[in-house]
Design a protein around this ligand. Structure first.
Ligand SMILES: Cc1cc2nc3c(=O)[nH]c(=O)nc-3n(C[C@H](O)[C@H](O)[C@H](O)COP(=O)(O)OP(=O)(O)OC[C@H]3O[C@@H](n4cnc5c(N)ncnc54)[C@H](O)[C@@H]3O)c2cc1C
Length: 430
């Protein structure tokens, strides 16, 4: 099968529009972000921009057409995400902001018609907000088979108890999708189910928004916060179960697989931004009689960053292309490689750009210090890099056979074998 990453001319025109829109209309707004009242920001600033995106037929491109999206497929999405990743709030403007974007995919896949009416359509309209809760403070988030929070069916209700944390947007969500143990005796990957709890349900308590490296001082309820959530004898109707009992792990794959590659592609938009800042600074400042751009160690930063970003983009496009051509399951290793590598690239490129800016880079006068803090989450979210590497190594080893004695490339052994066929030639050449 021929691999082709070249966009169709019609889609290339869309990419050009996206690039101009992001750089000319979104990037200049960044210094205002966090300064305006949230309602003013959403209604006065973002709403007209969202309309422009809708007018271009670019709203919620990650969703299929029947859900109000564009059904573009993963390759065009990756090419879009390289660009929209340049600006943190671009996902909201393009209608694919996490965690709403993944929850919409999940409800579309596993939700009943009644659930779609109640949560999916209003969420897609932007009338209500959502959140997604797997991680717990007392057990490894990298191994969700250890989840402890439970839901027990009593009559027509699920009774839920437990604690979750680092739950993005839980403090402002109208509903939260929880991953909960519904049968602790079932085979490991059939133990959990997904159940919706709506805001205001008695027993659901948002304990706090946890200050993080990215947002050490943000106010409770701000967009992008990560909450600690307590569930004490929370009762919800049994109809709040999404999919089937014990189907939580299968459903989570629907949500997490494509989401990973979307995030990983956006990190490269951030890396592009940092790279551009680094290049501009190196041409604009001098030391020891020459421009920074003429110092070989700085040239090394630039060359390494350029190679890193280009490699990461190709890896991401290959993963997206494989998803489109062969399905998400066939692309599992490619997705894992892109996730691991892109996380490394964005951390490294932002770090080099910050270094080249000296104290200006460390100061809050440049976006680099914020990008540095934000980028640090990339190796540990969406599955820790180590866990993806385990999967990559397992895939690489799957068809490898152990050998007894010397390795198959052992030169003396190979020489002895080949000499049995061609040894007589040695005599003649002597
Ligand atoms: C910004 C942010 C937003 C988040 N949003 C959400 C959200 O909306 N909903 C939600 O449910 N969760 C969310 N999380 C939680 C996130 O999914 C978890 O942090 C992640 O799964 C890791 O789990 P953990 O923090 O418990 O770390 P642990 O599981 O304790 O892992 C810590 C480290 O241990 C090492 N490690 C673990 N297992 C292995 C292994 N097999 N091999 C080698 N090393 C290993 C790795 O270095 C790993 O980084 C968010 C986290 C962050 C930082």
């Amino acid at each position: 099968m021929t691999i082709n990453f070249t966009p169709e001319p019609e889609f290339q025109a869309k990419l050009t529009w996206i690039s101009d829109f992001v750089q000319e209309e979104l990037e200049p707004l960044e210094p205002l972000y966090d300064c305006l009242d949230e309602k003013v920001w959403e209604q006065e600033v973002l709403a007209p921009l969202k309309q422009k995106v809708r007018d271009q037929g670019l709203w919620a491109c990650h969703l299929e057409k029947e859900l109000g999206g564009q059904g573009f497929g993963q390759l065009p999405l990756a090419q879009m995400n390289f660009i929209t990743g340049r600006v943190p709030f671009a996902q909201e403007v393009f209608g694919n902001m996490a965690p709403d974007s993944g929850n919409a995919e999940l409800l579309a896949e596993g939700g009943t018609e009644a659930q779609k009416e109640r949560w999916l359509w209003p969420n897609l309209n932007g009338d209500i907000r959502s959140s997604f809760a797997i991680t717990e403070p007392w057990v490894a988030g990298t191994d969700p088979t250890q989840i402890q929070s439970t839901a027990v069916l009593e009559g027509d209700e699920w009774v839920i108890n437990g604690r979750k944390w680092m739950i993005t947007n839980a403090s402002r969500a109208d509903f939260i999708i929880f991953m909960l143990v519904t049968d602790s005796e079932a085979p490991v990957h059939r133990r959990c189910s997904m159940i919706v709890v709506e805001k205001g349900t008695p027993g659901l308590e948002i304990l706090r928004d946890i200050p993080t490296m990215h947002h050490p001082h943000s106010e409770y309820g701000s967009n992008g916060n990560h909450a600690e959530v307590l569930l004490e004898n929370v009762r919800v109707p049994k109809e709040n179960l999404i999919g089937e009992v014990g189907g939580g792990f299968i459903l989570s794959q629907v949500r997490l697989g494509p989401g990973r590659i979307h995030h990983a592609a956006r990190w490269l938009g951030e890396a592009d931004r940092a790279f551009e800042m680094m290049c501009e600074r190196t041409k604009s400042r001098f030391s020891f009689g020459k421009s920074y751009s003429q110092h070989q160690m700085v040239q090394d930063y630039i060359a390494e960053s350029r190679i890193d970003i280009e490699t990461a983009k190709l890896l991401t496009l290959k993963a997206a292309w494989t998803m489109d051509q062969l399905g998400n399951a066939a692309a599992r290793t490619e997705i894992a490689m892109a996730k691991v590598y892109n996380a490394r690239v964005v951390c490294n490129v932002v770090d080099r750009a910050l270094q080249v800016h000296g104290s200006l880079g460390y100061s809050c006068d440049m976006p680099l210090e914020m990008m540095y803090r934000s980028a640090r989450m990339t190796p540990l979210v969406d599955g820790a890099n180590e866990v993806h590497k385990v999967a990559i190594a397992k895939a690489a080893l799957k068809h490898v056979e152990a050998v007894e004695g010397w390795p198959s490339e052992h030169i003396p052994t190979r020489k002895a074998i080949i000499l049995k066929r061609f040894g007589h030639l040695l005599d003649t050449s002597a």
